[in-house]
Design a protein around this ligand. Structure first.
Ligand SMILES: Nc1ncnc2c1ncn2[C@@H]1O[C@H](COP(=O)(O)OP(=O)(O)OP(=O)(O)O)[C@@H](O)[C@H]1O
Ligand SMILES: [Mg+2]
Length: 221
């Protein structure tokens, strides 16, 4: 379980998060929604241990973020918004590169299986030859190499074609249902959020998102 208790965050004098609290059970899919600049990415970066909250506490499976950062990091898969891949290397070379950095060792067969789960079979294509959707799927595949139990994704389906989007949604759904992975992700696509998520957290002051989600009967925390 992930427990976020009264977390606040500011960049210098700009307050971005104000007393955010939520308890998330293993295997839940949580959508972070809200207008541009509302603090979704900031919150994800805090959950990914990349930023420290100014106030409040976070625990994951009874480990405190403050004192058990490296143990918690091993459990986290993070897919940032900007795709970080080696463009001149092939899909498989990218997987092998990141496997070397990973604390969990995987065989080439296991790495291929992760890619195939993603409907990505162009192992020998250079990344620069891939579509945006395929790059996104490769990024997601890389984040799964070390078998995380908590997966954090920043707009994983923005700007890609419908097929890749559905494939990514299917993978997230599978990970939560079958692997009991906790998935927390941001999206501006409300149809996707209402279809995929168990619950949402609304950020920012604009009542638009809250009203829309309430109309759809989507639980808001
Ligand atoms: N490194 C930074 N230094 C100062 N201010 C920042 C920094 N990063 C983000 N901000 C500001 O903090 C606020 C929250 O930004 P954040 O990126 O978390 O929003 P977001 O909800 O992810 O927005 P978007 O939907 O556009 O991705 C914004 O006003 C942003 O300008
Ligand atoms: Mg953002």
């Amino acid at each position: 379980m992930l427990k976020v208790d009264n977390v606040s965050f500011s960049y210098r004098t700009k307050k971005v998060l104000d007393n955010v609290s939520i308890e998330i059970e293993d295997g839940e899919i949580i959508g972070l929604v809200g207008e541009n600049g509302a603090g979704k990415t900031t919150f994800l970066n805090i959950l990914a241990t990349l930023l420290k909250p100014r106030k409040g506490t976070i625990t994951y499976n009874d480990m405190k973020y403050k004192s058990k950062k490296s143990a918690i990091r091993k459990q986290i898969g993070y897919v940032p918004q900007d795709i970080a891949l080696w463009e001149d290397l092939t899909v498989m070379e990218n997987m092998l590169f990141f496997e070397k950095l990973s604390w969990v060792k995987k065989s080439e067969k296991e790495l291929k299986d992760i890619l195939l789960d993603m409907q990505l079979d162009r192992f020998d294509s250079k990344v620069k030859e891939l579509s945006g959707g395929m790059k996104r799927k490769l990024n997601l595949a890389i984040s799964l190499i070390h078998d995380p139990s908590l997966l954090l994704l920043d707009e994983p389906t923005v700007g890609i074609d419908l097929k890749s989007k559905i494939e990514i949604n299917d993978i997230l759904d599978y990970m939560s249902e079958e692997e009991n992975m906790t998935v927390i992700y941001t999206s501006h696509d409300m149809d996707e959020i209402t279809q995929l998520c168990d619950r949402t957290i609304v950020f920012g002051q604009d009542p638009f998102y809250r009203e829309l989600l309430e109309r759809e009967g989507m639980p808001i925390s």
